[in-house]
Design a protein around this ligand. Structure first.
Ligand SMILES: Nc1ncnc2c1ncn2[C@@H]1O[C@H](COP(=O)(O)OP(=O)(O)OP(=O)(O)O)[C@@H](O)[C@H]1O
Ligand SMILES: [Mg+2]
Length: 303
């Protein structure tokens, strides 16, 4: 059953379930007050083109027990301030690895990575990281999980309590603030973790398959909500790097879709999504939408 979120929020979904596969920052990726971030974008059409993320010839080889695993090779990629860029590619091609490298959670073994013009050498601040799997602290209530980034950033969690409650309301979790993670379904936990990632309103969001567990209709709702959070119509846009296995979702959301090859991941294509904004569900029925889907499919499969 679908329902409007309490508290005037705009997320909709199943009351018991949800399915928002989104996670907050780990303890190694502290989120800081967004006001300290030097570049806040206005997005396409606003004339802001500064590269917020700049990868040059990035390679990554893991030293696994069974031997070296080359996950990424020669990846060069720039993401402009305020851009919404999606990464698509087959399982195991290095998408999560790439996000972790950009976040400074793991060093690349080759090439250079910079964010806002600074070389990334450690976990970067001012970032909302949404991991592929839930990471909630099991002994903390949902509300206190959402408030965690405030504590990590040395901010007054009490002052952010109302924002945390509003985010939970928006996510359809208004009645679950005092529950422990184990009392929520997996999807509800994932939505809570997304709230955590958004608590400090970070200007840069790195999102690793945040909608992976959603049913198709909820997924569409979430996509629209994400565009609102991104700032599609508000004038000041966040920068989003978004991993998905859904070509249609990537086309619907993005300014550009970057296609990654099978491992070792390389950039196989960088496709501009020149569809009008704000995006609407009707857009999915358009010829242009279908053509872009097919272009990306062909780049992905080599057919
Ligand atoms: N810590 C690690 N140690 C060794 N190998 C790793 C490690 N993390 C990832 N890998 C390997 O690196 C490759 C890329 O993994 P990664 O998780 O980045 O892929 P992915 O594109 O995110 O896949 P999926 O779409 O399934 O999430 C895989 O072959 C994986 O086995
Ligand atoms: Mg992954």
């Amino acid at each position: 059953m679908r329902f409007p979120c309490p508290g005037g929020g705009r997320w909709r979904g199943a009351t018991d379930g949800g399915c928002f596969n989104a996670l907050g920052p780990s303890s190694t990726s502290p989120v800081r007050p967004s006001g300290t971030f030097p570049l806040r974008g206005k997005g396409r059409g606003s004339g802001v083109t500064a590269a917020l993320i700049d990868l040059q010839k990035v390679g990554m080889t893991y030293e696994a027990a069974s031997g070296p695993v080359e996950a990424l090779a020669d990846v060069s990629l720039r993401v402009g301030t305020g851009e919404f860029v999606s990464l698509v590619g087959p399982s195991g091609c290095g998408k999560s690895t790439l996000l972790r490298i950009i976040a400074g959670l793991r060093p690349a073994t080759q090439g250079t990575v910079s964010v806002t013009g600074k070389t990334v050498t450690r976990p970067i601040p001012d970032i909302g990281m949404v991991f592929q799997a839930p990471i909630l602290l099991k002994w903390r209530s949902i509300l206190h999980n959402v408030l965690l980034p405030a504590e990590l950033a040395g901010r007054d969690a009490g002052a952010l309590r109302k924002r945390a409650v509003d985010l939970l309301d928006m996510a359809g979790l208004g009645g679950f603030a005092e529950k422990l993670p184990r009392e929520l379904s997996g999807g509800m936990q994932q939505r809570a973790a997304l709230c955590r990632a958004l608590l400090l309103d970070p200007p840069l969001l790195l999102m690793d398959e945040p909608f992976g567990a959603l049913d198709a209709m909820t997924r569409d709702d979430m996509a629209l909500e994400l565009l609102r959070i991104w700032g599609e119509t508000s004038g000041t846009r966040k920068t989003v790097l978004f991993v998905t296995h859904s070509i249609a979702e990537a086309v619907f959301l993005s300014d550009r879709v970057v296609v990654i090859t099978p491992r070792p991941g390389r950039v196989a294509g960088d496709i501009a999504i020149d569809l009008p904004r704000p995006r609407t569900v009707e857009l999915r029925a358009s010829e242009a939408f279908g053509r872009l889907n097919f272009d990306i499919f062909r780049t992905l499969t080599g057919r």
